[in-house]
Write a protein that binds this ligand. Structure first.
Ligand code: NAG
Ligand code: NAG
Ligand code: NAG
Length: 345
């Protein structure tokens, strides 16, 4: 009987959403999570904001977190720049190249709705924050990390030598706390963004490796020190981009009377826990790829949307004919080389 009612409910929701005009604007619901991701990704300047977080215009709760660990502002700044840099590099030859608006139209901001790109940016920023925090523990910029807290009990010499690995466990907790992930479960939009953020955090966890160093006479491994280390942030981009391509679209019911409760959304998302979720289809970006440079002919086929491309020559100089000199120095010549440059018509 229960199963039947639930099924009927889904059927109603399904048809209701099918006929609803999906023009859902995110405005009005903006949870801290969304505001923070947007603030970090949009502001490409080096503005210093008042308060302990400095890099973003923070909420009172975030200011409290930043005050507890003064190193956090350094980490936030790293997270911001490495996210933007990696995005622009890895999407250089894609129709969407990490621009903040689609087709140069201010009204088509990627943060006005939840496009595939919006979902991706939420995962990207959360991943970058996690990575920067975990690294901040190892570098000593942060000192409230869990690894340090347990170390402190045992060995202060070790603590001072900074032998604290990349602390992902602490990073995960801090990012969730900073983005106020617990508080967002108030509506469907928030529930979706939360999932996108969690996928970003977990993609960092998947890149955690244990490295060990041996101590002892002449290479014997009588004692061993091991710690966790993350691969560079750019190496996570492959996985994140895969999530971008495999993201799935969900409909949200606009009529408040028929909109499913967060609990329902949770049940419906459960089956796709490992996928990025978005709500609105990305506009056709073909009108804005004119003049874009492609990687090669193959890439031009997609990037130029069938309009064709021009090929021009460019000379570049690079190191060549390198050879070893006097055992330890490498000397190279500079060679001038002509390369093709493909540009979309
Ligand atoms: C920062 O936040 C304050 C208070 O919410 C607001 O008045 C101000 O305009 C914001 N500044 C920027 C640059 O967003
Ligand atoms: C603490 O660690 C240092 C370096 O790893 C080591 O030399 C020292 O003996 C340790 N001290 C104690 C009390 O375990
Ligand atoms: C992205 O593409 C647009 C044109 O579609 C161009 O104006 C912009 O400079 C590009 N941005 C980057 C970072 O390459």
């Amino acid at each position: 009987m229960y199963k039947f009612t639930l099924f009927t409910y889904y059927l109603i929701v399904y048809f209701a959403s099918y006929f609803a005009i999906v023009s859902y604007l995110v405005e009005g619901s903006k949870p801290v999570l969304q505001g923070t991701v947007e603030a970090l990704f949009v502001d490409r300047s080096q503005v210093i904001y008042p308060g302990a977080c400095k890099v973003i215009n923070s909420t009172a709760r975030q200011l409290k977190i930043c005050r507890k660990d003064p190193g956090l502002q350094i980490v936030l700044s790293t997270a911001k720049s490495q996210a933007i840099e990696a995005c622009e590099q890895y999407f250089q030859y894609d129709r969407w190249n990490c621009s903040l608006v689609f087709n140069g139209k201010e009204k088509k901001s990627i943060f006005n709705k939840i496009y595939r790109e919006t979902a991706f940016v939420h995962a990207l920023v959360a991943a970058s924050l996690s990575h920067a925090i975990a690294k901040g523990c190892a570098s000593g910029d942060l000192y409230r990390c869990s690894c340090l807290r347990t170390r402190r009990k045992y060995n202060t010499t070790q603590l001072k030598s900074g032998r604290c690995g990349d602390d992902f466990k602490y990073a995960k907790r801090l990012v969730k706390n900073f983005l106020d992930v617990k508080q967002v479960s108030s509506d469907a939009v928030a529930e979706i963004l939360k999932q996108d953020v969690l996928i970003g955090i977990d993609s960092i966890g998947e890149h955690l490796k244990e490295v060990c160093k041996c101590h002892g006479f002449s290479g014997s491994c009588t004692t061993k020190t091991c710690w966790k280390r993350l691969t560079p942030f750019s190496s996570v981009m492959g996985l994140l981009k895969k999530h971008y391509h495999h993201a799935i679209k969900k409909k949200i019911v606009t009529s408040p009377a028929k909109s499913p409760s967060p609990a329902r959304i949770k049940i419906r998302l459960e089956r796709e826990r490992n996928k990025l979720i978005y709500v609105q289809r990305t506009p056709n970006l073909c009108v804005s790829t004119k003049g874009r440079v492609c990687k090669d002919r193959n890439n031009c086929a997609t990037l130029c949307c069938g309009r064709g491309f021009t090929v021009s020559k460019k000379t570049i100089s690079k190191r060549c004919r390198c050879k070893m000199e006097n055992c330890c120095f490498v000397s190279c010549d500079m060679c001038v080389e002509e390369v093709d440059v493909f540009t979309c018509k």
